[in-house]
Design a protein around this ligand. Sequence first.
Ligand SMILES: Nc1ncnc2c1ncn2[C@@H]1O[C@H](COP(=O)(O)OP(=O)(O)OP(=O)(O)O)[C@@H](O)[C@H]1O
Ligand SMILES: [Mg+2]
Length: 243
Amino acid sequence: MHGPQPILPLELREVVLALGGRRLIDGISCRFAAGLKTVIIGPNGAGKSLFLRLCHGLIRPTAGEIVWHGAAGRDPASAQAMVFQRPVMLRRSAVANIEYALSLQGLGRRLRRERVAEVLARTGLSEIADRPARVLSGGEQQKLALARAWALRPQVLFLDEPTSSLDPGASHAIEEIVRTLHAEGTRIIMTTHDLGQARRLADEVVFLHHGRIVEHAPAPAFFDGPASPLAAAFLRGELLWRE
Ligand SMILES: Nc1ncnc2c1ncn2[C@@H]1O[C@H](COP(=O)(O)OP(=O)(O)OP(=O)(O)O)[C@@H](O)[C@H]1O
Ligand SMILES: [Mg+2]
């Protein structure tokens, strides 16, 4: 169902991203095996979005290595998908946006139709399928972005603040979809500023600050008593982004 061979585990080895003389990602090493939902948290500017983009292969590290151990030399790109904070939609209908993503994967027309109908139904978007994607509301576009990613049946799904501009009902719907995807075997690696959402969804937490991993821990342990004073201050709402 998720492609011929698993691409996980994902390993980052001493990954650095330097731009304009600043080390925005400052020597990150970590490993993501199959199975969990990981939530990355940290203040604005910590490097969360850059971290996801590096993992997804959209930017190359300045130093260090990003290794998909299961891929064994094959291109791991087609087995992963990413949902961005501000979804990028083509100037065509919602349904055509999903179909286009599937056609890039070389899926035949019949299979494409099936997949599209399935994800539209499961995300509750069937009624707006024929509207131009760019006139959809922010929440509808975010759902559509998730539907498009879902249709690709990725082994790994990266989500960057998928509910940042959504009302509570829409956020709840997105969380349910994330849970379903995970239950069907997709590895989830996401960011959020909503600590309630982090508690609800995370199996493990990565706490980032100034481009470094300060803590990488099972979610219950992290939320009950983070090991680092920085994370404790962040959870209390006392960590300012300039610190
Ligand atoms: N292309 C770029 N060139 C220079 N600096 C950049 C670039 N992209 C990001 N940055 C800087 O890198 C730092 C980390 O950015 P990033 O977007 O990863 O933060 P974030 O943790 O996702 O923050 P937020 O919570 O606000 O989304 C920020 O200080 C940002 O200004
Ligand atoms: Mg971000």
